[in-house]
Design a protein around this ligand. Structure first.
Ligand SMILES: Cc1ncc(COP(=O)(O)O)c(C=O)c1O
Length: 386
């Protein structure tokens, strides 16, 4: 067999979780929330299932859900996407992102993306014969240096992937960033994949900047987002892609071969629930509160925390405690403090020992308190040893 992904050695992310479970550690690594989705949503999903007439949903998703998405995007960003021709329901964000990449990337094409970035992009690019080209995010704040981007763009550049709010760093890219991207791509045939899955989780009175708000960017962009973080339904794997009709037509050809149809009862349940639901407004404050609480619990400790600007992830720097590389320190934290977090380097192409771990704070306050208690106790213990 000709191996397709020789450099990929199984999923290190699931390994961290496995190690956490084996060691009875609290798992703050993978993006798993402890919150229940609204009971009404479950009732709706079960009633659609009990109808027992559930069959395949259309390839592009049921129209009522696409209408809800169109209304939401119009309300938030003032841009109209036609539910018939410019919106497709997908089976989770990974499927949506991989579909976009398969739609536009051909053998030998280059794709610009940030380092670090969400790990599946790299594999999808390579599976399609493309070449990932990494733009390092720069500290402090893990920002994009647009001069770097300018230098990396060439005639082979086919796609640029932007993810804001950014997983794993929690950075949020602002209006000036999007204007820079617009300037650099104007007059080119480059496509953009904008992963906006955490669009509603932006803190400190900032507002998410969607590429849909920038007309020249929107004309070349596939935007993907998800119902998961907003309604606490990550495992339902309901996401969507927005794009101009001519690009969406090509996307749907690929989608037919990778999903064909996405879970029908969940689509109906979400479409019914979404009419008049408050979650979109409330969820920002909810997670803002969680971020603040978690940060406050660790304030004044040796852990260095730059508050996450978005997502439900918080990076924590442990360089005051240890010079170990993050993969080693993360194992030690699991064994000795019984807390699991994801080493930042798992998302990085060019391994730099930045000494960060990523914590998912989508947890109940009691869990956050227990985690903080264990981290503080661990810091004290190794502080004495040093
Ligand atoms: C930026 C980003 N893209 C894609 C995904 C994958 O989402 P899904 O679980 O819906 O496939 C995630 C999951 O956390 C993510 O953070």
């Amino acid at each position: 067999m000709q191996i397709k992904l020789p450099e990929t050695q199984g999923s290190l992310f699931w390994e961290t979780r496995k190690l956490a479970l084996e060691n009875n550690a609290i798992d703050m690594s993978v993006g798993m929330t402890e919150f229940k989705c609204p009971p009404r949503l479950v009732e709706l999903a079960s009633s659609y299932m009990l109808e027992n007439t559930i069959n395949y949903a259309p390839l592009e998703g049921i129209i009522s859900l696409r209408e809800r998405i169109s209304e939401s995007v119009q309300k938030n960003y003032g841009k109209f996407y036609h539910p018939e021709s410019e919106i497709t329901i997908c089976a989770g964000m990974v499927q949506a992102a991989t579909n976009v990449i398969t739609t536009v990337v051909n053998e030998g094409d280059e794709v610009l993306l940030t380092d670090p970035s969400y790990f599946t992009y790299n594999q999808a690019i390579r599976l399609n014969g493309g070449m990932p080209v990494y733009v390092p995010l720069k500290e402090p704040g893990f920002r994009i240096d647009w001069e770097d981007v300018r230098k990396m763009i060439n005639s082979k550049t086919r796609l640029i992937i932007l993810n804001s709010p950014h997983n794993p760093t929690g950075s949020v890219f602002g209006k000036e960033d999007l204007l820079q991207l617009q300037r650099l791509t104007n007059g080119t045939s480059i496509y953009i994949l904008s992963d906006e899955g955490f669009e509603h989780l932006v803190y400190d009175q900032e507002r998410h900047q969607s590429v849909s708000q920038f007309s020249q960017l929107a004309a070349r962009s596939f935007i993907i987002s998800s119902a998961g973080p907003v309604f606490h339904i990550n495992g339902w794997s309901i996401s969507w892609c927005l794009a101009p009709a001519n690009m969406m037509a090509e996307f749907r050809k690929v989608h037919e071969n990778s999903a064909f149809s996405v879970a029908t009862p969940f689509q109906y349940a979400l479409a019914s629930y979404w009419e008049g639901a408050q979650e979109l407004e409330d969820i920002t404050e909810f997670y803002h509160g969680k971020r603040n609480y978690f940060n406050r619990l660790l304030k004044g400790s040796p852990y260095i925390i730059e508050p996450s600007q978005g997502t439900y992830y918080q990076l924590i720097n442990y360089k005051n405690l240890s010079s170990e590389i993050d993969t080693e320190f993360s194992k030690r934290l699991i064994h000795e403090a019984r807390v699991a977090a994801t080493p930042l380097s798992l998302f990085m192409q060019k391994k730099r020992n930045l000494q960060y771990l990523r914590f998912c704070f989508a947890k109940r306050n009691e869990t956050l308190e227990e985690v903080a208690g264990r981290l503080l106790e661990f810091a004290e213990r190794i502080g004495k040893m040093n």
